[in-house]
Design a protein around this ligand. Structure first.
Ligand code: SAM
Ligand code: DTB
Ligand code: SF4
Length: 344
């Protein structure tokens, strides 16, 4: 197949479907979300794809690179996390990275085609002096023309405002699961703590990146409960990461039953339908997923992936493998603002 044929195929893939998209019908009850999750898969995929094409007619996929700027030694006990100091996972605690090191990584990510750079820190909550240092990182990364994202734990309103002033575009803070299952996963903080930080982020004018993890031994009703919580945030998050648990030896959840791949695809589809304008992020777990399941996730409305050989401390598909996958699917990567404005 020649380049022209591929272009042709890409254009066809992105042509909006004829069926009219249904508007999102919030507020969402758990039962209504559950009913979507229980639909026949092909019907659910059709509905999600229809909504997706209506809201994202360009059909591109955002490439976001993650960097752990402060690794390990975290005092929280999130049962999924290799960076908790309570679990013996072999992750060595490191101090906050310097600005020049982070800028080098961000530039490399941009050169490889990423448009968003996400900085993660294994903190329960940063101190004011930590926020000052991260603000300098945000400013430097923003200066490269990348969209910026940070995930640093719980934030106070004044800290959120400081990050906004530094140029932070998104703050990632996940609800992880339904409130009823949360205490089975972590008991060093509450669901309300998470909601309070999300409110502080929203009030500071930073876009909210908030999602969860599946494959942690939760029941179907907890998956529906997570989606209902996210979709009922007012407004719902601009960006919704759906992670499949990366089972790390040494963590309490290391032996969890993996989620059925079709159930994972269903979560993506229902996130798309209930939060139609959000970037739905096919997040952790892609390395264990296979190309066909990832393609189904894109079909279901996922339009952002973590791009780079590493997530925070665990692996991710190689950059080359992702470039090949997007090429095979005829999907375009999202372009930088710069490139869009320059018409490149
Ligand atoms: N410490 C901050 C916090 O918890 O908000 C930021 C870093 S934390 C590692 C960011 C998110 O990564 C968590 O909220 C969780 O949703 C996700 N995560 C952590 N470990 C994971 C794993 N093993 N598999 C999938 N997602 C994971
Ligand atoms: C999110 O929802 N997933 C990313 C990002 N936000 C920070 C983190 C995934 C972490 C996977 C396990 C690890 O490498 O630590
Ligand atoms: Fe700490 Fe965040 Fe990991 Fe929880 S998820 S242990 S808060 S780094």
């Amino acid at each position: 197949m020649g380049a022209n044929d591929l272009q042709q195929q890409t254009v066809q893939l992105h042509r909006p479907a004829k069926a009219a998209a249904q508007p999102a019908q919030g507020p969402w009850s758990i039962e209504a979300v559950q009913a979507l999750l229980d639909k026949p898969l092909m019907d659910l995929l059709f509905e999600a794809q229809t909504v997706h094409r209506h809201h994202f007619p360009e059909g591109d996929i955002e490439l976001a690179t993650l960097l752990s700027v402060k690794t390990g030694g975290c005092p929280e006990n999130c049962g999924y996390c290799p960076q908790s100091a309570e679990f013996d996972t072999g992750v060595k605690a490191q101090k906050l990275m310097e600005v020049d090191e982070v800028v080098r990584a961000a530039q490399a990510a941009k050169d490889a085609g990423a448009t968003r750079f996400c900085m993660g820190a294994a903190w329960r909550a940063p101190k004011d002096r930590d926020v000052k240092k991260v603000a300098a990182l945000v400013e430097a990364v923003k200066g490269l023309g990348l969209s910026t994202c940070a995930t640093l734990g719980m934030l106070e309103p004044h800290q959120a405002r400081q990050l906004k002033d530094a140029g932070l575009d998104y703050y990632n803070h996940n609800l992880d699961t339904a409130p009823e299952y949360y205490t089975d996963i972590v008991d060093t903080r509450t669901y309300q703590d998470r909601l309070d930080t999300l409110a502080a982020v929203r009030a500071a004018g930073i876009s909210v990146c908030c999602g969860g993890i599946v494959g942690m031994g939760e029941q179907p009703v907890h998956r529906a409960g997570l989606i209902a919580q996210l979709a009922n945030l007012d407004p719902y998050p601009e960006s919704v990461p759906i992670n499949s648990l990366v089972r790390v030896p040494g963590t309490p959840l290391a032996d969890s039953e993996p989620i059925d791949p079709f159930d994972f695809v269903r979560m993506i589809a229902v996130a798309r339908i209930t939060m139609p304008k959000a970037r739905v992020r096919l997040s952790a777990g892609r390395q264990q997923m296979g190309e066909a399941v990832q393609a189904l996730c894109f079909m279901a409305g996922a339009n952002s992936i973590f791009y780079g050989d590493k997530l925070l401390v665990t692996g991710n598909p190689d950059v080359e493998a992702d470039v090949q996958l997007l090429r095979k699917l005829g999907v375009q990567a999202r372009r930088t603002q710069e490139a869009q404005e320059g018409g490149a």
